[in-house]
Ligand binder design. Structure first.
Ligand code: AKB
Length: 357
């Protein structure tokens, strides 16, 4: 259990409350939250982490937190009440509704994904006003910010650079792109009328591809067919894949995603040339994922039964992204190909997880 630093919530002689320095992680109970909190706790021993989530956190995550708060990122008052106790120099804002869920409830998705992000940015501005220091806000964005109008367009586009094809075709993509722009605004232009374009926040976004973890399964996303196929294979289950065999998207493993967040967080602001960066490790078609898995699970049976809505989303997302800016600016480098990810991380992790070694 991580202890909050000793000045937490102690009264000062002037009757005010001294605030403990801490890191805030929203969406702490999600797939990425679990692994990120563990990584921060391991690498930054004396830091206090406040985990925020809609549901109470599992003990295996809560044990790394100085405090856990159950609540909704739409609740600004609740978020502000936490800052009575803590001064957040860094905020990892992971809470979001994923693409398939967002498409089913676009109004709610806007409230959570844009409204929630705006609340965290407000918190960061308040922090800057109180301390004079601009908090770092780390934001997982997505390949959903890109949009290809047709399959031919997707095929001919090649790996997409950060400034290209920014015409999202999903509510989720629109939300994430809007949130990226808000972060950029608060970093580069906030208070430009009063102070000149100095900004109040140090916002950094990574546009993630589909993420694959050996331990957890995502829910509500559209890249979910990758991890679902893998976990079905490990459980000897038949899998009905909800996209066509030729569907191609970029992916990476969860540890690589965590490594990228840790890396961009430790880069000096002066090294960053943009506010949002692509990262990716491999870009297989659904058939190629199936084929790679068959080498490890020869009995795996996959039926390809496209769901029209989810297929449409995948067809509009890029077949691959160009990660050269992240490599150049903050030393990003993928650790895996699909085969090496399976051999050295996913298959051993699944065996340990499902106990069928
Ligand atoms: C989703 O499928 O919604 C996410 C994403 C690509 O951001 N995995």
């Amino acid at each position: 259990m991580h202890e909050a630093p000793s000045q937490a919530s102690q009264s000062t002689a002037r009757g005010q409350t001294a605030r403990a320095t801490a890191i805030l992680v929203t969406g702490a109970g999600g797939e990425m939250g679990h692994d990120l909190i563990r990584a921060i706790a391991r690498s930054e021993e004396n830091v206090a982490i406040v985990g925020f989530d809609l549901r109470p956190l599992d003990r295996n995550v809560a044990q790394y937190c100085a405090e856990t708060v159950v609540g909704d990122v739409q609740n600004l008052e609740l978020l502000q009440s936490i800052t009575d106790r803590y001064s957040f120099g860094r905020i990892y804002h992971l809470a979001a509704m994923l693409s398939s869920s967002a498409e089913r409830a676009p109004g709610r998705a806007y409230d959570v994904n844009v409204g929630g992000t705006m609340n965290l940015l407000r918190l960061a501005v308040d922090e800057r006003d109180a301390t004079g220091r601009s908090p770092m806000v780390l934001f997982p964005s997505t390949i959903a910010v890109y949009g290809h109008p047709t399959l031919e367009h997707k095929a001919s586009a090649g790996p997409v650079q950060e400034h290209e094809h920014l015409e999202p075709r999903t509510m989720y993509g629109c939300n994430k792109l809007a949130a990226e722009h808000l972060g950029r605004y608060y970093t580069d232009h906030h208070r430009q009328f009063d102070e000149g374009p100095t900004g109040s926040v140090d916002f950094r976004a990574i546009r993630f591809p589909g993420l694959i973890s050996a331990e957890t399964l995502p829910t509500g996303g559209t890249t979910d067919y990758g991890p679902e196929m893998l976990h079905a294979a490990a459980r000897n289950q038949v899998y009905d894949c909800f996209v066509r065999e030729d569907s191609r998207l970029p992916f990476m493993t969860m540890p690589e995603a965590i490594e990228s967040i840790v890396r961009i967080s430790s880069a000096p602001r002066s090294a960053l040339t943009r506010s949002a960066y692509n990262v990716r490790s491999f870009a297989p078609s659904a058939a190629e994922i199936h084929q790679a898995l068959r080498a490890h699970y020869p009995a795996l049976t996959v039926g390809f039964k496209p769901n029209p809505g989810r297929q449409m989303i995948v067809d509009g997302w890029p077949g691959d992204t160009d990660d050269r800016a992240a490599r150049a600016d903050w030393g990003w480098s993928p650790a895996h190909t699909l085969d090496s990810a399976l051999e050295s991380y996913l298959i051993p992790g699944l065996k340990a997880h499902y106990g069928n070694a």
